[in-house]
Design a protein around this ligand. Structure first.
Ligand code: FAD
Length: 460
């Protein structure tokens, strides 16, 4: 008998319960379907191209690539190869769930047995509810009472022995048109290794070196204390169970607890998405529907290009453009600046991140934007507005991160690099900085724009 395993965001062989299920059913046809109706951002598409290549290599070149609507493609393929079983890893975004439900019904009506498994989360959202059966809205009880009191995540599974079916012909990887014609992604991905092997190495490196000191070090963008596992987790090149269990093989510590709780935030975002289909479009807190957002196309463009004249923000936005990643502390600072100081709607920021992050995620991205904006579940209060200069002095005190991504300021002294507009002219000159020429003047006065945002918030 033959089983089709439909790969989606579970691009790995190990700890993949649905693939293991397929392997038990007989010969496996491994398939990836590129659905043009769900377009990807540029950075994600470039990552996916490399990740599919890695997966195909690990399947000895037998990954079947197809392009189109899975609702028609999958039933056709089932007939073509004579499959009796179809497996996939469950997803939690409401439109994905709708598609999966229709497909399951259609295939079952044809006598095909369909198995979906959890391979993406530690605890599925439908299993983590308050005692009254409603979902948690606040992270700490969600994690402490909902997740940690539930049965622990299952142990990771070894990669299954696969007998691969070599019959069906798909399209070639380049036919999926995932790569950018300009080759911009080559530089962006230079320091990344998409795919299961790269993900595992990343995790091992982090556990060897970065985890110790994580709780404090994770706030400093120039330190190697974060795992950078987010794109690997997003594409399912490594399972959260593997990350969880490997991290737990080390002696327990405050750093380990804190790292596991960040995986808990990932679970929380998925739970929010599962219960709030409109999270990328609508404020979770409807009070914000009346917020007087500003249209500021010029400000938005300068923010996107890393030309705001505020060094920590420009460093973050340029890190994003150059590497497809931005450190979490800096994500919070740039998002707060866009939404609060510029009063530009969080949806514009979300859209830019969706296009440029290699880890752009339908759960984490909108949940985090709404968290920063104050409109989300368990969100930061709107009136708490990050001061980017104070944040920069505190978390990039020596300006190492700024110097890396804003080299035109590199010769400034540590104390001047966070707010060059406050530096004496002679020191700017000595460092070769001319504001308005070699580096922009700030596009917003931090004090005035803060007051404007607070006044706008009071109108709600
Ligand atoms: P680590 O600190 O090593 O954490 C380990 C893992 O835990 C991460 O890989 C991630 O899967 C999860 N995690 C960590 N922090 C968070 C968090 N705050 N919320 C949810 N999960 C978390 N993360 C994404 O994966 N995709 C996004 O599209 C995304 N957009 C964001 C947008 C904004 C405005 C903000 C403020 C945060 C966003 N995050 C997003 C959350 C967080 O910034 C990243 O997950 C983290 O920076 C990834 O780096 P890391 O893997 O080194 O994290």
């Amino acid at each position: 008998t033959k089983a089709i395993h439909w790969f989606r965001r579970d691009l790995r062989l190990s700890d993949n319960p649905a693939l293991t299920r397929a392997a038990k059913s007989g010969q496996v046809v491994p398939v990836y379907i590129h659905d043009d109706a769900s377009p990807l951002g540029g950075a994600s598409a470039a990552w996916l191209h490399r990740s599919l290549k890695a997966l195909d290599d690990s399947l000895d070149g037998n990954l079947v690539l197809l392009r189109g609507n899975p609702l028609t493609i999958l039933p056709t393929l089932v007939h073509e190869v004579g499959a009796t079983t179809v497996t996939w890893t469950r997803r939690y975004d409401p439109s994905g769930i709708t598609m999966d439900t229709s497909l399951k019904q259609a295939l079952k009506a044809e006598g095909v047995s369909v198995h979906s498994e959890n391979g993406a989360l530690l605890w599925e959202p439908m299993d983590v509810n308050k005692e009254d059966g409603t979902p948690y809205k606040v992270f700490t009880p969600f994690y402490r009472r909902g997740c940690q009191a539930a049965p622990p995540p299952r142990s990771p599974l070894a990669p299954p022995e696969l007998e691969l079916c070599k019959d069906p012909q798909g399209v070639s990887l380049s036919d999926l048109d995932l790569r950018d014609d300009r080759g911009w992604d080559t530089a962006m991905l230079a320091d990344w290794t998409p795919g299961e092997i790269g993900a595992r190495e990343r995790l091992e490196d982090f556990l060897d070196g970065g985890l110790q000191g994580y709780k404090e070090g994770r706030n400093h963008p120039d330190k190697a204390n974060v795992s950078r596992l987010s794109p690997h987790l997003h594409f399912g090149e490594i399972s959260p169970n593997t990350v969880w269990h490997l991290a737990r093989t080390l002696p327990s510590s405050i750093d380990q607890d804190h790292f596991l709780s960040e995986l808990g935030w990932r679970e929380f975002s998925h739970s929010i998405l599962f219960h709030n289909p409109q999270i990328a479009r609508q404020n979770l807190n409807p009070k914000f529907d009346a917020f007087p957002w500003r249209e500021d196309a010029v400000g938005l463009r300068k923010w996107q290009q890393g030309q705001t004249g505020i060094p920590i923000i420009d460093a973050g936005m340029r890190e994003l453009w150059q590497t497809g990643y931005m450190h979490n502390r800096v994500r919070m600072i740039v998002a707060s600046f866009l939404v609060k100081n510029l009063m530009v709607h969080w949806r514009h920021g979300l859209r830019w991140f969706d296009d440029t992050l290699v880890d752009a995620d339908p759960a984490n991205n909108p949940a985090s934007w709404q968290w920063v904006a104050g409109s989300g579940a368990d969100a930061a209060p709107f009136f708490r507005i990050f001061n980017p200069v104070t944040q920069s002095e505190k978390f990039d005190g020596k300006g190492a991160y700024i110097r890396r991504f804003v080299p035109e300021l590199a010769a400034l002294k540590d104390k001047d690099i966070h707010a060059p507009w406050r530096a004496p002219d002679v020191l700017l000159q000595a460092a070769g900085v001319t504001l308005g020429e070699t580096y922009p003047h700030p596009i917003a006065d931090l004090k005035d724009s803060r007051e404007r945002a607070l006044a706008a918030f009071k109108t709600l």
